[in-house]
Write a protein that binds this ligand. Structure first.
Ligand code: SF4
Length: 357
Protein backbone atom coordinates (compact mmCIF):
# COMPACT_ATOMS: atom_id res chain seq x y z
CA UNK A 1 0.00 0.00 0.00
CA UNK A 2 2.82 2.38 0.93
CA UNK A 3 4.56 1.57 -2.36
CA UNK A 4 1.35 2.17 -4.29
CA UNK A 5 0.87 5.56 -2.65
CA UNK A 6 4.48 6.48 -3.34
CA UNK A 7 4.02 5.45 -6.98
CA UNK A 8 0.80 7.48 -7.38
CA UNK A 9 2.44 10.48 -5.71
CA UNK A 10 5.38 10.24 -8.09
CA UNK A 11 3.14 9.87 -11.12
CA UNK A 12 1.03 12.86 -10.15
CA UNK A 13 4.18 14.85 -9.42
CA UNK A 14 5.61 14.32 -12.88
CA UNK A 15 2.29 15.01 -14.56
CA UNK A 16 1.53 18.23 -12.74
CA UNK A 17 4.85 20.00 -13.23
CA UNK A 18 7.11 20.43 -16.20
CA UNK A 19 10.79 20.91 -16.68
CA UNK A 20 11.83 24.55 -16.58
CA UNK A 21 13.81 26.22 -19.34
CA UNK A 22 16.77 26.32 -16.93
CA UNK A 23 16.75 22.51 -16.85
CA UNK A 24 16.71 22.28 -20.62
CA UNK A 25 19.70 24.65 -20.72
CA UNK A 26 21.65 22.36 -18.41
CA UNK A 27 20.52 19.12 -20.06
CA UNK A 28 20.27 19.90 -23.80
CA UNK A 29 20.31 16.19 -24.68
CA UNK A 30 16.77 15.80 -23.28
CA UNK A 31 13.93 15.16 -25.69
CA UNK A 32 12.45 18.55 -24.71
CA UNK A 33 15.44 20.29 -26.33
CA UNK A 34 14.86 18.43 -29.62
CA UNK A 35 11.16 19.37 -29.37
CA UNK A 36 12.21 23.01 -29.08
CA UNK A 37 14.24 22.81 -32.31
CA UNK A 38 11.35 21.08 -34.07
CA UNK A 39 8.67 23.46 -32.79
CA UNK A 40 10.60 26.61 -33.73
CA UNK A 41 11.13 25.19 -37.26
CA UNK A 42 14.80 26.06 -36.96
CA UNK A 43 16.63 25.56 -40.24
CA UNK A 44 20.35 24.63 -39.99
CA UNK A 45 21.15 27.14 -42.75
CA UNK A 46 20.26 29.85 -40.22
CA UNK A 47 23.66 29.17 -38.67
CA UNK A 48 25.08 31.10 -41.64
CA UNK A 49 23.39 34.30 -40.45
CA UNK A 50 25.70 36.92 -38.82
CA UNK A 51 23.70 36.95 -35.55
CA UNK A 52 24.57 33.26 -35.09
CA UNK A 53 28.30 33.99 -34.93
CA UNK A 54 28.07 34.26 -31.16
CA UNK A 55 26.63 30.73 -30.91
CA UNK A 56 29.24 29.23 -33.21
CA UNK A 57 32.12 30.90 -31.34
CA UNK A 58 30.66 29.78 -28.05
CA UNK A 59 30.43 26.18 -29.30
CA UNK A 60 34.09 26.31 -30.37
CA UNK A 61 35.08 27.78 -26.99
CA UNK A 62 33.23 24.93 -25.26
CA UNK A 63 34.97 22.28 -27.35
CA UNK A 64 38.40 23.85 -26.89
CA UNK A 65 37.91 24.03 -23.12
CA UNK A 66 37.00 20.37 -23.01
CA UNK A 67 39.27 18.91 -25.66
CA UNK A 68 42.37 21.08 -25.36
CA UNK A 69 42.37 22.35 -21.76
CA UNK A 70 40.81 19.11 -20.52
CA UNK A 71 38.35 20.87 -18.19
CA UNK A 72 34.60 20.97 -17.96
CA UNK A 73 32.98 24.00 -19.60
CA UNK A 74 31.26 25.86 -16.77
CA UNK A 75 29.39 28.70 -18.45
CA UNK A 76 25.62 28.51 -18.53
CA UNK A 77 23.43 30.84 -20.58
CA UNK A 78 19.74 31.09 -21.50
CA UNK A 79 18.19 27.86 -22.74
CA UNK A 80 17.88 29.09 -26.35
CA UNK A 81 21.61 29.79 -26.41
CA UNK A 82 22.48 26.49 -24.70
CA UNK A 83 20.35 24.35 -27.00
CA UNK A 84 21.82 25.93 -30.12
CA UNK A 85 25.38 25.84 -28.75
CA UNK A 86 25.01 22.15 -27.96
CA UNK A 87 23.62 21.50 -31.44
CA UNK A 88 26.58 23.29 -33.04
CA UNK A 89 29.06 21.25 -30.99
CA UNK A 90 27.40 18.05 -32.21
CA UNK A 91 27.61 19.22 -35.82
CA UNK A 92 31.24 20.30 -35.44
CA UNK A 93 32.15 16.94 -33.88
CA UNK A 94 30.39 15.18 -36.76
CA UNK A 95 32.19 17.28 -39.38
CA UNK A 96 35.62 16.76 -37.79
CA UNK A 97 34.88 13.04 -38.03
CA UNK A 98 37.62 11.71 -35.75
CA UNK A 99 36.23 9.00 -33.49
CA UNK A 100 38.63 9.62 -30.64
CA UNK A 101 37.82 13.34 -30.53
CA UNK A 102 34.11 12.61 -30.55
CA UNK A 103 34.53 10.08 -27.78
CA UNK A 104 36.43 12.52 -25.60
CA UNK A 105 33.95 15.31 -26.29
CA UNK A 106 31.01 13.06 -25.37
CA UNK A 107 32.67 12.14 -22.10
CA UNK A 108 33.25 15.80 -21.15
CA UNK A 109 29.67 16.71 -22.01
CA UNK A 110 28.48 13.83 -19.81
CA UNK A 111 30.65 15.10 -16.97
CA UNK A 112 29.31 18.64 -17.42
CA UNK A 113 25.72 17.36 -17.14
CA UNK A 114 26.75 15.18 -14.21
CA UNK A 115 27.99 18.21 -12.31
CA UNK A 116 24.75 20.16 -12.88
CA UNK A 117 22.61 17.17 -12.01
CA UNK A 118 24.31 16.32 -8.73
CA UNK A 119 24.02 19.98 -7.68
CA UNK A 120 20.34 20.04 -8.65
CA UNK A 121 19.60 16.84 -6.75
CA UNK A 122 21.43 18.14 -3.68
CA UNK A 123 19.89 21.60 -3.64
CA UNK A 124 16.36 21.02 -4.91
CA UNK A 125 13.92 21.46 -2.05
CA UNK A 126 10.85 20.83 -4.14
CA UNK A 127 10.30 17.07 -4.00
CA UNK A 128 8.15 17.08 -7.13
CA UNK A 129 10.87 18.71 -9.19
CA UNK A 130 13.45 16.32 -7.80
CA UNK A 131 11.29 13.36 -8.86
CA UNK A 132 10.76 14.94 -12.25
CA UNK A 133 14.49 15.26 -12.87
CA UNK A 134 15.04 11.67 -11.80
CA UNK A 135 12.28 10.48 -14.04
CA UNK A 136 13.30 12.57 -17.08
CA UNK A 137 16.95 11.64 -16.99
CA UNK A 138 17.28 8.26 -15.31
CA UNK A 139 14.02 6.63 -16.33
CA UNK A 140 13.26 8.14 -19.72
CA UNK A 141 16.76 7.99 -21.08
CA UNK A 142 18.32 5.00 -19.33
CA UNK A 143 15.42 2.99 -17.89
CA UNK A 144 16.80 3.13 -14.35
CA UNK A 145 14.35 3.77 -11.53
CA UNK A 146 15.78 6.01 -8.82
CA UNK A 147 13.78 6.90 -5.74
CA UNK A 148 14.40 9.42 -3.01
CA UNK A 149 14.68 7.79 0.41
CA UNK A 150 11.52 8.53 2.41
CA UNK A 151 13.42 9.19 5.66
CA UNK A 152 16.40 11.15 4.34
CA UNK A 153 15.87 13.12 1.13
CA UNK A 154 19.63 13.46 0.60
CA UNK A 155 19.76 9.74 -0.14
CA UNK A 156 18.67 7.97 -3.31
CA UNK A 157 17.93 4.32 -3.78
CA UNK A 158 18.62 2.20 -6.84
CA UNK A 159 17.74 -1.46 -7.37
CA UNK A 160 20.69 -3.78 -6.70
CA UNK A 161 20.53 -5.19 -10.24
CA UNK A 162 20.62 -1.69 -11.80
CA UNK A 163 23.46 -0.75 -9.49
CA UNK A 164 25.56 -3.82 -10.27
CA UNK A 165 25.04 -3.45 -14.01
CA UNK A 166 26.85 -0.10 -13.82
CA UNK A 167 29.08 -0.10 -10.75
CA UNK A 168 30.72 -3.43 -11.63
CA UNK A 169 32.74 -1.50 -14.25
CA UNK A 170 34.22 0.84 -11.61
CA UNK A 171 37.50 -0.25 -10.09
CA UNK A 172 37.50 1.69 -6.80
CA UNK A 173 36.78 -0.39 -3.69
CA UNK A 174 34.02 1.98 -2.57
CA UNK A 175 31.80 0.76 -5.44
CA UNK A 176 31.93 -2.88 -4.38
CA UNK A 177 28.49 -3.94 -3.16
CA UNK A 178 29.95 -5.10 0.13
CA UNK A 179 30.97 -1.49 0.87
CA UNK A 180 27.51 -0.03 0.20
CA UNK A 181 24.42 0.43 2.27
CA UNK A 182 21.98 -2.17 0.93
CA UNK A 183 18.44 -2.68 2.25
CA UNK A 184 15.45 -4.61 0.87
CA UNK A 185 16.95 -5.00 -2.59
CA UNK A 186 18.06 -1.36 -2.92
CA UNK A 187 21.47 0.31 -2.79
CA UNK A 188 21.54 3.73 -1.09
CA UNK A 189 23.66 6.46 -2.64
CA UNK A 190 24.19 10.19 -2.29
CA UNK A 191 23.44 12.56 -5.17
CA UNK A 192 26.95 12.50 -6.65
CA UNK A 193 27.20 8.72 -6.53
CA UNK A 194 23.77 8.32 -8.08
CA UNK A 195 24.65 10.55 -11.01
CA UNK A 196 28.10 8.98 -11.43
CA UNK A 197 26.35 5.69 -12.16
CA UNK A 198 25.07 6.95 -15.51
CA UNK A 199 28.15 8.86 -16.74
CA UNK A 200 29.06 6.22 -19.24
CA UNK A 201 25.50 5.89 -20.59
CA UNK A 202 25.20 9.66 -20.90
CA UNK A 203 28.45 9.81 -22.78
CA UNK A 204 27.30 7.00 -25.10
CA UNK A 205 23.99 8.80 -25.67
CA UNK A 206 25.79 11.96 -26.85
CA UNK A 207 28.25 9.91 -28.91
CA UNK A 208 25.37 8.11 -30.62
CA UNK A 209 23.53 11.36 -31.29
CA UNK A 210 26.48 12.50 -33.38
CA UNK A 211 26.96 9.13 -35.03
CA UNK A 212 23.32 8.90 -36.09
CA UNK A 213 23.19 12.47 -37.46
CA UNK A 214 22.46 12.40 -41.17
CA UNK A 215 23.23 15.74 -42.79
CA UNK A 216 23.58 16.04 -46.54
CA UNK A 217 25.34 19.41 -46.18
CA UNK A 218 26.77 21.40 -43.31
CA UNK A 219 26.31 25.18 -43.03
CA UNK A 220 29.47 26.96 -44.29
CA UNK A 221 30.06 28.73 -40.98
CA UNK A 222 30.12 25.40 -39.16
CA UNK A 223 32.49 23.85 -41.69
CA UNK A 224 34.90 26.78 -41.30
CA UNK A 225 34.83 26.58 -37.50
CA UNK A 226 35.26 22.80 -37.58
CA UNK A 227 38.29 23.13 -39.89
CA UNK A 228 39.87 25.70 -37.53
CA UNK A 229 39.30 23.39 -34.59
CA UNK A 230 40.62 20.35 -36.41
CA UNK A 231 43.94 22.16 -36.97
CA UNK A 232 44.20 22.76 -33.22
CA UNK A 233 43.01 19.33 -32.13
CA UNK A 234 44.81 16.93 -34.45
CA UNK A 235 48.35 17.54 -33.03
CA UNK A 236 47.01 16.85 -29.56
CA UNK A 237 45.26 13.61 -30.49
CA UNK A 238 47.52 12.43 -33.29
CA UNK A 239 49.63 10.17 -31.08
CA UNK A 240 46.48 8.28 -30.07
CA UNK A 241 45.32 7.66 -33.61
CA UNK A 242 46.73 4.36 -34.82
CA UNK A 243 48.18 4.71 -38.28
CA UNK A 244 47.50 1.89 -40.68
CA UNK A 245 51.05 1.83 -42.02
CA UNK A 246 51.85 -1.89 -42.20
CA UNK A 247 51.29 -4.20 -45.14
CA UNK A 248 48.14 -5.84 -43.84
CA UNK A 249 45.49 -8.04 -45.46
CA UNK A 250 42.30 -6.19 -46.44
CA UNK A 251 40.26 -7.72 -43.59
CA UNK A 252 42.78 -6.39 -41.04
CA UNK A 253 43.04 -2.97 -42.71
CA UNK A 254 39.26 -2.70 -42.60
CA UNK A 255 39.12 -3.61 -38.90
CA UNK A 256 41.86 -1.06 -38.09
CA UNK A 257 40.01 1.63 -40.01
CA UNK A 258 36.76 0.94 -38.15
CA UNK A 259 38.66 1.00 -34.86
CA UNK A 260 40.35 4.32 -35.72
CA UNK A 261 36.98 5.89 -36.31
CA UNK A 262 35.99 5.01 -32.76
CA UNK A 263 33.33 2.62 -34.02
CA UNK A 264 32.40 -0.58 -32.32
CA UNK A 265 34.00 -3.74 -33.74
CA UNK A 266 32.14 -7.03 -33.27
CA UNK A 267 33.75 -9.58 -30.99
CA UNK A 268 34.70 -11.84 -33.93
CA UNK A 269 36.56 -8.93 -35.62
CA UNK A 270 38.41 -8.10 -32.39
CA UNK A 271 39.47 -11.72 -32.09
CA UNK A 272 40.68 -11.72 -35.72
CA UNK A 273 42.64 -8.48 -35.21
CA UNK A 274 44.30 -9.54 -31.97
CA UNK A 275 45.23 -13.07 -33.13
CA UNK A 276 46.60 -11.69 -36.41
CA UNK A 277 48.75 -9.12 -34.63
CA UNK A 278 50.04 -11.80 -32.24
CA UNK A 279 50.80 -14.06 -35.22
CA UNK A 280 52.99 -11.40 -36.86
CA UNK A 281 54.87 -10.81 -33.62
CA UNK A 282 53.32 -7.60 -32.24
CA UNK A 283 53.72 -7.11 -28.50
CA UNK A 284 50.79 -7.26 -26.08
CA UNK A 285 51.26 -3.49 -25.41
CA UNK A 286 51.08 -2.66 -29.12
CA UNK A 287 47.92 -4.71 -29.50
CA UNK A 288 46.23 -3.15 -26.47
CA UNK A 289 46.87 0.33 -27.96
CA UNK A 290 45.08 -0.76 -31.14
CA UNK A 291 41.84 -1.06 -29.18
CA UNK A 292 42.28 2.30 -27.49
CA UNK A 293 39.65 3.98 -29.68
CA UNK A 294 36.91 1.41 -29.10
CA UNK A 295 33.90 3.12 -27.49
CA UNK A 296 33.92 0.60 -24.63
CA UNK A 297 37.73 0.49 -24.20
CA UNK A 298 38.90 -0.71 -20.80
CA UNK A 299 42.64 -1.24 -20.65
CA UNK A 300 42.59 -3.86 -17.90
CA UNK A 301 39.97 -6.03 -19.59
CA UNK A 302 41.54 -5.63 -23.05
CA UNK A 303 45.00 -6.59 -21.73
CA UNK A 304 43.60 -9.67 -20.03
CA UNK A 305 41.79 -10.73 -23.21
CA UNK A 306 44.86 -10.26 -25.41
CA UNK A 307 47.02 -12.14 -22.91
CA UNK A 308 44.40 -14.90 -22.90
CA UNK A 309 44.58 -15.14 -26.72
CA UNK A 310 48.38 -15.15 -26.55
CA UNK A 311 48.20 -18.10 -24.14
CA UNK A 312 49.94 -16.31 -21.28
CA UNK A 313 46.78 -16.15 -19.14
CA UNK A 314 43.77 -18.38 -18.56
CA UNK A 315 43.86 -21.69 -20.43
CA UNK A 316 47.47 -21.13 -21.63
CA UNK A 317 46.39 -22.06 -25.15
CA UNK A 318 47.55 -19.74 -27.90
CA UNK A 319 44.70 -18.90 -30.28
CA UNK A 320 45.27 -19.10 -34.05
CA UNK A 321 44.13 -16.54 -36.61
CA UNK A 322 40.69 -17.61 -37.94
CA UNK A 323 40.74 -19.01 -41.47
CA UNK A 324 39.67 -16.94 -44.49
CA UNK A 325 36.69 -19.24 -44.88
CA UNK A 326 35.54 -18.60 -41.32
CA UNK A 327 36.04 -14.83 -41.77
CA UNK A 328 34.08 -14.93 -45.03
CA UNK A 329 31.18 -16.59 -43.19
CA UNK A 330 31.33 -13.88 -40.54
CA UNK A 331 31.30 -11.08 -43.17
CA UNK A 332 34.76 -9.97 -42.12
CA UNK A 333 36.49 -10.76 -45.42
CA UNK A 334 37.23 -7.92 -47.87
CA UNK A 335 39.30 -9.94 -50.30
CA UNK A 336 41.29 -8.32 -53.10
CA UNK A 337 43.45 -9.88 -55.83
CA UNK A 338 46.37 -9.99 -53.40
CA UNK A 339 44.47 -12.58 -51.36
CA UNK A 340 44.46 -15.17 -54.13
CA UNK A 341 45.69 -18.59 -53.08
CA UNK A 342 45.72 -18.02 -49.33
CA UNK A 343 43.54 -19.73 -46.78
CA UNK A 344 44.51 -17.72 -43.70
CA UNK A 345 45.20 -13.98 -43.28
CA UNK A 346 48.55 -14.83 -41.66
CA UNK A 347 49.73 -16.04 -45.10
CA UNK A 348 48.93 -12.71 -46.72
CA UNK A 349 51.79 -11.17 -48.67
CA UNK A 350 54.35 -13.83 -47.78
CA UNK A 351 55.90 -13.44 -51.20
CA UNK A 352 55.87 -9.67 -51.02
CA UNK A 353 58.87 -7.58 -49.98
CA UNK A 354 56.46 -5.58 -47.76
CA UNK A 355 55.52 -8.59 -45.63
CA UNK A 356 55.18 -7.75 -41.91
CA UNK A 357 55.94 -11.15 -40.44
S1 SF4 B 1 40.79 -13.54 -48.24
FE1 SF4 B 1 41.55 -13.89 -46.18
S2 SF4 B 1 43.18 -12.42 -45.98
FE2 SF4 B 1 42.00 -11.75 -47.69
S3 SF4 B 1 40.55 -10.30 -46.85
FE3 SF4 B 1 39.56 -12.27 -46.88
S4 SF4 B 1 39.94 -13.11 -44.88
FE4 SF4 B 1 41.37 -11.45 -45.14
Amino acid sequence: MVFLLQYIYKLLSTLSIKLGTGDIAKYPFLNEASDYIRETHFDFEEFNRPEMRHIINRAAERMETELISGTIYQKLDKYEVEILTFLVTLMVAKYIGIGLILKKYSLFEAMRAERFLSEDLKKERNEQRKHLLLSKIFEELFKVTVDVDSTDNRLFKVRVTDYLMRASHFHEQEWKLINRLVHMGYVYLDAEETVRLIRSELSTLIYNRVKSMTLSTFPETIKLKADELRVKLVPKYEHSIYRVTGYYPPCIRHALKVMNQGENLPHSARLMLATYMLAIGKSIDDIVILFHNAPDFNEKITRYQVEHLAGTKGSHTKYSVPSCEKLRNENLCFATEECSGIINPSQFGRNSKNYNG
